[in-house]
Design a binder for this molecule. Structure first.
Ligand code: HEM
Length: 458
C-alpha cells in the first residue's frame, strides 16, 4: 500500500540527516517536502518509514473517530518514562485515561475558568510591571522568554497554587531546567538511531526525572498538610471521585498529571502568544483594529472581567490566525482502529498510523486560497468560518484526545493580548527575520521588540 504514496526522490542518508540541519528543523523540512510531494507523502528516516498527511480531505477523513484514534508514538511515547499514563501520554485503552479525563474535565468548565481569571490577571500584572520598566528604559523585550515565564506562572498558579518566581529570577527555576531537560532528551531519542550512545545524557535525564518527582511530591504533601487549596486543579486531582465509579486518581498518577499539566499547559501557549505578537508588530493596521476593540469593549475599567475577554472577537481572530500559520503543536498522530481505506484510496491495516501535519493542513491552498501564507485574521470572521470545509483548522488536535486545555489557553492568551495591546505600541525590530525553532513545540527564536507605553493606557 505504501508504494502508492510519494516520497522524496533522493532518500536521505542516515548520517547526512544526523549531521545536517534537518535534525533541528524536522517540521520545517517536512513542510518543504509536503509542497513538493502533495497531500500525502512518506519520508524515511533512521530506517523507518513515516507517513504524513496534510491535504484537507484526507485530514478530515482521519478525524473520523469511528475509524481512527490518537496514536501514541514517536516523541509522545518517549515521554512515558516521565509521565506514564497521564492524560497526554496514555494509550487509548489505559483505564487511567478515562478516569482522569472525567475527573479533570470540570477543571476546565466555565465556572472553573472564571475562578482562574483573577489569578491570570495577577500573573499578567507581573509581566506588565517588567515590561513597563523595559519600555521606560527604551530596551527591547525578549518576547518568547517573557511569554514562557508568563504561561508557566499562570499554569502553576491556577493549577497548583504554586509560584516559581520566574519574573523575579535571573535564571530559570531548576524545575523548569529539569523539565526542559527531559523534553530535549525525549526529542533526541527520537532522532538518534542508537540512544545507547547517550549514556551520560541518560543519567542526567534520570536525575531530572527524580528532581521533578521530588518537587511535585513536596507540593502535594504541603497541600494535604494545609487542608486543601482554593479549588484549583490539584484539589480536584486529590479530592474528586469519579462521578460514575467513585474511583480516585492514585498518588503516582497525580504526580504524573501535575508534570503533564505544567508542561502541556505552558510552552504551546507561550509560542502562540509570541507568534501573535510578532504578526501584530508587523501589521500596525491589524493591531490598530484589535486595539480599538479592546478600548471599546473594556472602556476604562482598570481590570477586565471574565466575560469581557470572550467579547474580544478581533483579538481572538489574531490568535487563531497565528495558530493557523504556526500551530505550536505542529502535528498529531492518528491510527486506524480496524483495517480501513484512507480517503477511499490508501488501504491501512489496523494499528497503522500517520502524522497529520497541522502546520501544512493550515496552508492547504484548496481551503485557504492562494494567499494562504499571508497573515489575515479576517479568515476567522463568522461568515468565512461557516463557508469553510470542516476539520481544516486543528491546532488543538481532534476527537476524544483533543486538547483539554483549549479554553484555558484561549482565555489566557486573549486576555494577555488584550492587556498588552491596550498598554503598549509594539515596535518591530527592523532587523528581525522570523526564525522558527522546534523543540516539541514551535517558537519564534530570538524575537525581540520595542515597546512604547500608550498615553491613555489603563
Ligand atoms: C492535548 C495543543 C494548551 C493540556 C493537546 C493536543 C494538541 C494540543 C494538538 C492533542 C495531541 C495529540 O493528539 O497527540 C495545544 C495548544 C495549546 C495547548 C496549541 C496552546 C495554544 C494547553 C493547556 C493545557 C493543555 C493550556 C493545560 C492547562 C493538554 C492535555 C492534553 C492536550 C492534558 C492531552 C489530552 C488527552 O489526551 O486527553 N494539546 N494545547 N494544553 N493538551 Fe493542549
Amino acid at each position: 500500500e505504501l508504494r502508492r504514496i510519494p516520497h522524496p526522490p533522493h532518500r536521505i542518508p542516515l548520517l547526512g540527516d544526523l549531521l545536517g540541519a534537518s535534525r533541528r528543523t524536522p517540521l520545517q523540512d517536512s513542510l518543504r517536502y509536503a509542497r513538493q510531494l502533495g497531500p500525502i507523502f512518506r519520508r524515511k528516516a533512521f530506517g523507518r518509514e513515516f507517513v504524513f498527511v496534510w491535504g484537507a480531505e484526507l485530514a478530515a477523513d482521519m478525524a473520523d473517530e469511528s475509524r481512527f484514534a490518537k496514536h501514541v508514538g514517536l516523541g509522545i511515547a518517549n515521554l512515558r518514562p516521565v509521565v506514564g499514563d497521564a492524560l497526554f501520554t496514555a494509550y487509548n485503552h489505559e483505564p487511567n485515561w478515562q478516569l482522569a479525563h472525567d475527573v479533570l474535565a470540570p477543571g476546565f468548565s466555565r465556572e472553573a475558568m472564571a475562578a482562574y481569571h483573577p489569578m491570570m490577571l495577577d500573573v499578567a500584572g507581573r509581566l506588565t510591571a517588567h515590561w513597563d520598566g523595559e519600555a521606560a528604559a527604551g530596551r527591547p523585550v525578549d518576547v518568547p522568554g517573557d511569554m514562557t515565564k508568563l504561561t508557566l506562572e499562570t499554569i502553576a498558579r491556577t493549577g497548583f497554587g504554586h509560584d516559581f518566581g520566574s519574573f523575579e529570577r535571573a535564571r530559570l527555576h531548576p524545575f523548569v531546567t529539569a523539565m526542559v531537560g527531559t523534553l530535549t532528551y525525549a526529542q533526541r531519542l527520537n532522532t538518534l538511531p542508537f540512544p545507547g550512545l547517550l549514556r551520560e545524557a541518560a543519567r542526567r535525564n534520570e536525575a531530572d526525572i527524580a528532581y521533578l518527582n521530588r518537587t511535585v511530591d513536596a507540593l502535594v504533601h504541603r497541600r494535604r498538610a494545609g487542608g486543601g487549596g482554593q479549588g484549583d486543579l490539584l484539589d480536584r486531582m486529590l479530592d474528586t471521585a469519579h462521578p460514575g465509579t467513585g474511583e480516585r486518581l492514585s498518588v503516582e498518577n497525580v504526580r504524573r498529571q501535575v508534570i503533564t499539566f505544567l508542561v502541556a499547559g505552558h510552552e504551546t501557549t507561550s509560542g502562540a502568544l509570541s507568534f501573535a505578537l510578532h504578526y501584530l508588530s508587523l501589521n500596525p493596521g491589524i493591531a490598530a483594529r484589535a486595539r480599538a476593540e479592546v478600548d471599546r469593549v473594556w472602556g476604562d475599567t482598570a481590570v477586565p472581567g471574565y466575560d469581557q475577554v470572550a467579547k474580544l472577537r478581533h483579538v481572538r481572530r489574531v490568535l487563531d490566525e497565528a495558530l493557523r500559520l504556526w500551530p505550536t503543536a505542529p502535528g498529531f498522530a492518528r491510527e486506524a482502529r480496524e483495517d480501513t481505506v484512507l480517503g477511499g484510496e490508501h488501504p491501512m491495516r489496523r494499528g497503522a498510523w500517520a502524522l497529520v501535519l497541522t502546520a501544512m493542513l493550515h496552508r492547504d491552498p484548496e481551503v485557504w486560497g492562494e494567499d494562504a501564507e499571508r497573515f489575515d485574521p479576517d479568515r476567522f470572521d463568522a461568515a468565512a468560518v461557516r463557508g469553510r470545509a470542516p476539520h481544516a483548522f486543528k491546532p488543538f488536535g481532534t476527537g476524544a484526545r483533543a486538547c483539554i486545555g483549549r479554553q484555558f489557553a484561549l482565555h489566557e492568551a486573549t486576555l494577555v493580548l488584550g492587556l498588552l495591546l491596550r498598554r503598549y505600541d509594539l515596535r518591530p525590530d527592523p532587523a528581525y527575520r522570523l526564525r522558527v525553532t522546534e523543540r516539541l513545540t514551535l517558537m519564534p527564536e530570538g524575537l525581540r521588540m520595542g515597546l512604547e507605553r500608550r498615553a491613555a493606557a489603563g
